[in-house]
Ligand binder design. Structure first.
Ligand SMILES: NC(=O)c1ccc[n+]([C@@H]2O[C@H](COP(=O)([O-])OP(=O)(O)OC[C@H]3O[C@@H](n4cnc5c(N)ncnc54)[C@H](OP(=O)(O)O)[C@@H]3O)[C@@H](O)[C@H]2O)c1
Length: 233
């Protein structure tokens, strides 16, 4: 724990009961780039770390632009995408609309695991049976006749994921390529059962070319805060 640094974690405010964090948090949008610029200035922020979810493209772009406008040193802490291994049956699709198109007109049993914000497109395919997992309730529900909702927060284990897929006779999964370990078990379980996964592509305009290890971000921070400009030399 770095007691020499005053760290603030910014949450989007989407989750009703976010997990408790070891550092002070703030919640909710800043009000676009101008709002973030004002926040950085008002709070004399000396370094900005973009540790957003890989699909939070807007926030990442705002962070990059606001850092540039204020001259705030910035880096990203990103998660590397998962890569397919032998046995995986991934179909890479650009987005949820492309996933809907790929599913086609014949009814299928579909597991949507990509978070509640991106599922609205599936209301255009009411012929399927859906299993939908999210941390908070999907409100309003998807406008389809057959959808089962599960409220759960990861991490998930492979055995429980396999059990879930089998108990609902799931035929295909739709997932984001989030990377990391917390939500990978469904991918491994799908592989074990020979099920296809429609993998939504990451937003292409992301400036997430940065660091992938927390230790590297800490080293970057030490370097930035020790720079002659930051020390006022
Ligand atoms: N954010 C999350 O907690 C989270 C977690 C898991 C998955 N995702 C996925 O990422 C995708 C985009 O999510 P998103 O809407 O959160 O991001 P986004 O589309 O990049 O951001 C939309 C707006 O939300 C606000 N915002 C986002 N992240 C913020 C943060 N850390 N602190 C303060 N404000 C923040 C900003 O509002 P202002 O312009 O007003 O500043 C931003 O312009 C979705 O597909 C979602 O499922 C997000």
């Amino acid at each position: 724990m770095r007691t020499d640094l005053a760290i603030t974690l910014s949450l989007a405010g989407r989750t009703q009961a976010p997990l408790k964090q070891a550092v002070p948090t703030r919640s909710g949008g800043f009000g676009g780039v101008p709002g973030l610029v004002a926040y950085l200035r008002e709070h004399h922020v000396r370094a900005l770390i973009d540790a957003t979810h890989p699909y939070a493209a807007t926030m990442s772009a705002h962070a990059r632009d606001a850092a540039q406008l204020t001259g705030t040193p910035t880096t990203t802490l990103g998660r590397l995408p998962w890569t397919a291994v032998p046995g995986d049956r991934w179909i890479e699709v650009a987005d949820a609309a492309a996933a809907v198109a790929y599913l086609g007109s014949a009814p299928r049993r579909v597991f949507l695991t990509m978070g509640r914000q991106a599922i609205a497109d599936f209301s255009r395919a009411p012929q399927h049976d859906y299993l939908i997992r999210s941390v908070d309730p999907v409100a309003p529900p998807l406008a389809v006749p057959r959808a089962e909702y599960i409220l759960q927060r990861g991490p998930f284990g492979e055995d429980e994921e396999r059990e879930l897929l089998q108990s609902r006779a799931i035929e295909v999964l739709v997932a984001k390529n989030s990377g990391g370990t917390a939500t990978y078990a469904k991918i491994a379980a799908a592989r074990g059962l020979g099920l296809p996964v429609l993998m939504l592509g990451r937003p292409s305009e992301l400036p997430h070319a940065g660091l992938t290890r927390i230790s590297a971000v800490v080293a970057w921070l030490d370097h930035v805060l020790d720079s002659p400009i930051e020390r006022g030399v």
